[in-house]
Design a protein around this ligand. Structure first.
Ligand SMILES: [Zn+2]
Length: 340
């Protein structure tokens, strides 16, 4: 499986990217419990977070836009950012996609994947055919980096809509804004794009689109992830709370045939730790009677110091910018898939 795993440290100041309920005129930032290791054991803190659902929503919006601009199929609902997906028969009526035979899950999957690249990559659950297609795109909660979690906070900002002529039309409201060095964690299962989720008897994955279209879909999927991160195209409330942001560091690991992961970027040493752990994994897989020739490339960018790494079994590329790290990784994916 060609798989890309990403972790990044992103400094976000004064953001309201993921809000939860409002109580009266008070709008709360999403918070979640996080366990923090300390010299005296573990402590629990509630900190500002940005949900994986929010990141995945933004990713699918970018993907829909890229699909529309490049002539890839995308259904009416996904094009509008309404990610109902083809949950049941009624959704087919709304999107105009011809309804398949719901007694045949393989034909339901093929119909939906062929007609909508967002549902190919973002997955769906169809209850009429009892069919689940797992998303090829993975996103975790963005939480403050553990090495600087004490410097994270969500604080209410006081605002007034002012009218000098009428006190009745004046309105006071409070919006919680968060600031933290956040850790972003993403993944992309490239092998699964355009391919059926249903195991066949001969165990070979069935292509649901032409090889040319599959290449275009892979490119769109990777481009959407590239833009999501490097242009900070995620989260809500950006009309009045566009955050001040900077990517402090980023690691992109691409592996084949087994899935290996980058270490979550909770300390500035995560790139070194990733190199070490991937080296161990590649060594482990290359040993014994069932040897696997695991291929891996780590492209990283760091404004927090250069990682110290010894000799490596895997290819390591130090990029001058986050964009360069994405470009190098995409070239490697094309090489692994024979797309070049
Ligand atoms: Zn769709």
């Amino acid at each position: 499986m060609v798989y890309t795993s990403i972790s990044a440290r992103i400094l976000l100041n004064i953001e309201a990217l993921n809000m939860t309920e409002s109580a009266g005129n008070y709008v709360k930032h999403r918070r979640a419990p996080v366990v923090i290791p300390t010299s005296n054991g573990y402590i629990l803190r509630y900190v500002p977070v940005i949900s994986g659902e929010s990141i995945a929503h933004a990713y699918q919006e970018i993907l829909a836009k890229i699909a529309e601009e490049t002539g890839l199929p995308v259904c009416n609902l996904c094009r509008q950012g309404i990610f109902l997906k083809h949950t049941d028969k009624n959704v087919f009526k709304r999107t105009g996609i011809p309804a398949p035979d719901f007694k045949k899950p393989e034909s339901v999957e093929e119909t939906i994947v062929k007609h909508c690249v967002v549902e190919d990559i973002g997955g769906f659950l169809n209850t009429d055919a009892a069919l689940k297609r797992t998303s090829r795109f993975y996103a975790g909660y963005m939480i403050p980096a553990l090495d600087s979690i004490k410097t994270s906070a969500a604080e209410a900002q006081f605002h007034v809509r002012y009218d000098p002529l009428s006190i009745q039309t004046q309105a006071i409201y409070n919006i919680e804004a968060g600031s933290a060095l956040y850790v972003l964690t993403l993944g992309l299962d490239i092998d699964g794009i355009g391919v059926s989720s249903i195991a066949l008897e001969n165990s070979k994955p069935k292509l649901l689109v032409s090889p040319e279209e599959r290449s275009k879909r892979i490119e769109a999927a990777f481009k959407a992830m590239h833009l999501l991160v490097t242009q900070m195209l995620f989260g809500a409330k950006r009309t009045r709370f566009t955050p001040n942001w900077k990517i402090m560091s980023l690691a992109i690991l691409t592996t084949h045939p087994l899935t290996l992961n980058v270490r979550p970027a909770h300390t500035s040493k995560y790139i070194e730790e990733t190199i070490e752990s991937v080296n161990h994994a590649v060594e482990l897989l290359g040993k014994g009677a069932s040897k696997i020739d695991e291929k891996a490339l780590l492209a990283y960018y760091s404004a927090e110091g250069k990682p110290v790494a010894g000799e490596s079994r895997v290819s390591i590329y130090e990029a001058k910018t986050p964009d360069e790290a994405f470009n190098i990784s995409y070239e490697y994916i094309q090489e692994l898939l024979g797309m070049k």
